[in-house]
Write a protein that binds this ligand. Structure first.
Ligand SMILES: *[C@@H]1O[C@H](CO)[C@@H](O)[C@H](O)[C@H]1NC(C)=O
Ligand SMILES: *[C@@H]1O[C@H](CO)[C@@H](O)[C@H](O)[C@H]1NC(C)=O
Ligand SMILES: *[C@@H]1O[C@H](CO)[C@@H](O)[C@H](O)[C@H]1NC(C)=O
Ligand SMILES: *[C@@H]1O[C@H](CO)[C@@H](O)[C@H](O)[C@H]1NC(C)=O
Ligand SMILES: *[C@@H]1O[C@H](CO)[C@@H](O)[C@H](O)[C@H]1NC(C)=O
Ligand SMILES: *[C@@H]1O[C@H](CO)[C@@H](O)[C@H](O)[C@H]1NC(C)=O
Length: 417
């Protein structure tokens, strides 16, 4: 079996310390027999820890294919961790140059933190354990460039145990498939900005960002939904494309907009638009007839950018070298509203479908704190000069999303011991 969760591995050490101090007097009388006693005691402890972790896992298995969410990992804090990341730019063969912040001189301070949830421990990622859980399975990250960012992180983490092979990439580089032959694990990324069918609005003077017409009721035949059959795990995410001007359509009619300033159009707001498409996306999965009956879906909650002193296009930057403090973020904010809308829609989907095959990877608060984890100016400036304060460096705090994914997957289907 994989390494024990931190909560289990720390307790025997504490107990042994206590026992050994009690044993001190005995040691002076008879060193040999006390050492033997210590050995017996520690063996008993190790066995009982092994037994209790097995009992936990058997318990989870009896629930069938469900997302148990035994631990709320959404609230917590970043604490210093001298161990640093599992990989570097020299040990990850698939690391994209655009995320290789160390190559472009980023301060390495952001690498030495780990997320400590308030109510439990989040175990460090184990590539071997992840690959064991997903042996023979197919997993897809569905969303925009941040879904891609999480896949890139997972590729780096898993390549510490097995080198993946690129098997498919479409002409637009929007649908990409990797395979881990030894474990027969297929990892995909599927592009969608809005979940629903959306088309750029023609003739808007060509000035970016280009608005989209989002057809709220056209989701079932969207490019990603037709690729759902065959998947074992779908990880949805999104949100940042809703911040530009977009138009909402329903039943072939334009019903309103988001962020527009047109007198004759209703502005429904970003939260409404996201709620609508998340609901529709989860519904599309729930009614997908050709999908596997045990398909498990996670929604990775919204994460904001951290541009300061300007926006992406007006010279904003992000050069902090440590996480924000609790009091520097606000849970009365659009970020948090979006997260709540996403979370509520997942809960609603679980209730209306009577199935716990829907879960969340709630990373919003953790990432609101990580103003120091973005690419910023640490990239190849030949193409774009602006600071990228939306995407995350690799290695970096985004690797935590996959710690969380592994934790949820092992709660869902524990490895055979
Ligand atoms: C890897 O990162 C180091 C800094 O940690 C940098 O000096 C080096 O150029 C990078 N190498 C590659 C191949 O990206
Ligand atoms: C590999 O996994 C796929 C499902 O992703 C399955 O159809 C196939 O039979 C598996 N191949 C082997 C050799 O087990
Ligand atoms: C989605 O599918 C349509 C029609 O097949 C195609 O024109 C479009 O380029 C696809 N979009 C993406 C992002 O692949
Ligand atoms: C709404 O106003 C815009 C100009 O602001 C105009 O181009 C458009 O035709 C109007 N739409 C309707 C439905 O009246
Ligand atoms: C961030 O950049 C600004 C503007 O260039 C500078 O004044 C500030 O000292 C920088 N902060 C750090 C921590 O480097
Ligand atoms: C990028 O910004 C720097 C400093 O602001 C400037 O000197 C340089 O010309 C810019 N490069 C490009 C490609 O725009």
């Amino acid at each position: 079996m994989g390494p024990l969760p931190a909560s289990l591995s720390s307790s025997p050490r504490k107990l042994l310390d206590r026992n050994s101090s009690k044993l001190n007097a005995v040691v002076q009388r008879d060193i040999k027999s006390s050492l033997l006693l210590l050995l017996v005691l520690s063996t008993v402890l190790v066995l009982s820890v092994l037994y209790s972790s097995q009992a936990d896992q058997t318990g989870a298995q009896s629930g069938g294919i469900q997302v148990e969410e035994k631990c709320d990992m959404s609230m917590g804090k970043w604490v210093r961790d001298p161990r640093g990341p599992l990989y570097t730019n020299l040990t990850c063969p698939t690391l994209p140059d655009s995320k290789n912040c160390q190559k472009y001189g980023k301060d390495p301070g952001h690498l030495f933190w780990r997320w400590q949830p308030d109510g439990c421990d989040l175990p460090r990622f184990s590539p071997e354990r992840f690959l064991d859980v997903v042996r023979g399975k197919r997993l897809a990250f569905i969303g925009d460039s941040l879904a891609r960012n999480q896949m890139e992180s997972l590729l780096c983490l898993l390549s510490q145990a097995e080198t993946p092979t690129l098997v498919d990439r479409d002409a637009l580089d929007k649908f990409v498939t990797w395979h881990f032959p030894v474990h027969n694990f297929t990892l995909m990324v599927m592009w969608t900005e809005f979940y629903a069918h959306a088309v750029p609005v023609p003739d808007t003077n060509g000035k970016p960002p280009i608005p989209f017409d989002i057809h709220l009721d056209r989701i079932v035949n969207a490019n990603w939904t037709i690729r759902l059959p065959g998947l074992d795990y779908a990880i949805l995410s999104g949100g940042n494309w809703f911040f530009r001007v977009n138009y909402l359509w329903e039943d072939g009619h334009r019903i309103g907009c988001v962020n527009c300033r047109e007198a004759n159009l209703t502005d429904f707001g970003i939260v409404y638009a996201i709620r609508r498409v998340v609901k529709a996306a989860l519904q599309a999965i729930a009614v997908c007839k050709d999908c596997k009956s045990n398909l498990v879906t996670f929604l990775r909650t919204y994460t904001p950018g951290h541009h300061e002193h300007g926006s992406w296009s007006s010279g904003g930057y992000c050069n902090r070298t440590r996480p924000l403090k609790e009091e520097e973020i606000s849970l009365v904010s659009i970020e948090w509203e979006l997260r709540n809308a996403q979370d509520e829609e997942v809960r609603a989907a679980r209730e209306t479908t009577g199935s716990k095959r829907f879960g969340v990877l709630d990373v919003t608060k953790a990432m609101m704190l990580r103003a120091d984890g973005h690419i910023g100016a640490h990239k190849d400036k030949r193409w774009v000069n602006a600071s990228d304060c939306l995407h995350w460096c690799l290695p970096g705090p985004i690797d935590m999303w996959n710690d969380m994914l592994l934790q949820r997957l092992t709660e869902d289907s524990p490895p055979v011991v």
